[in-house]
Write a protein that binds this ligand. Structure first.
Ligand SMILES: [Zn+2]
Length: 145
């Protein structure tokens, strides 16, 4: 089966251990995600693409309870949309990333819990190609969910 990333340059794919791609400022060390050509802190254009940490902690989260408006390109319709959790994940010493969370029950989540980057199917094209996106999954004693 063919799998393609939802956008180029967002995460390493295909990969057994995917990583988000961010930018690091060569002048002041500020990280950004996604990559951007100029540093938001010092304005330097000495930004280099780097692989970000694949583990972090859940900084905050909210439930997306209604179907997102365009340009959202997910497979759901108003009828079958079940809701999902959107979170902010703090990658230690790097940056806070806005991301989908794999756990859809907010009662299973708590701020500060460890989370792990995963790459998951987002939608399937008519030709069978799977479009992959990134998400973060809670890490529990029994492993990554
Ligand atoms: Zn900078």
């Amino acid at each position: 089966m063919t799998q393609v990333p939802i956008a180029e340059g967002v995460f390493t794919w295909p990969s057994d251990a995917p990583r988000l791609l961010g930018a690091r400022c060569g002048e002041c060390g500020t990280h950004t995600f996604p990559t951007q050509p100029g540093c938001p802190r010092c304005g330097s254009e000495a930004m280099a693409t780097v692989e970000l940490a694949d583990r972090g902690t859940l900084f905050t989260f909210t439930t997306q309870g209604f179907l997102p408006k365009e340009p959202y390109t997910g497979p759901e319709t108003e009828e079958n949309f079940a809701g999902f959790v959107v979170g902010y994940v703090e990658l230690p010493g790097e940056v806070i990333v806005e991301t989908r969370i794999t756990e859809s029950d907010p009662a299973q989540l708590r701020i500060g819990m460890p989370v792990q980057l995963v790459v998951v199917p987002f939608r399937r094209e008519p030709d069978g190609t799977e479009v992959m996106t990134y998400a973060f999954a809670p890490v529990t004693e029994s492993g990554v969910r």
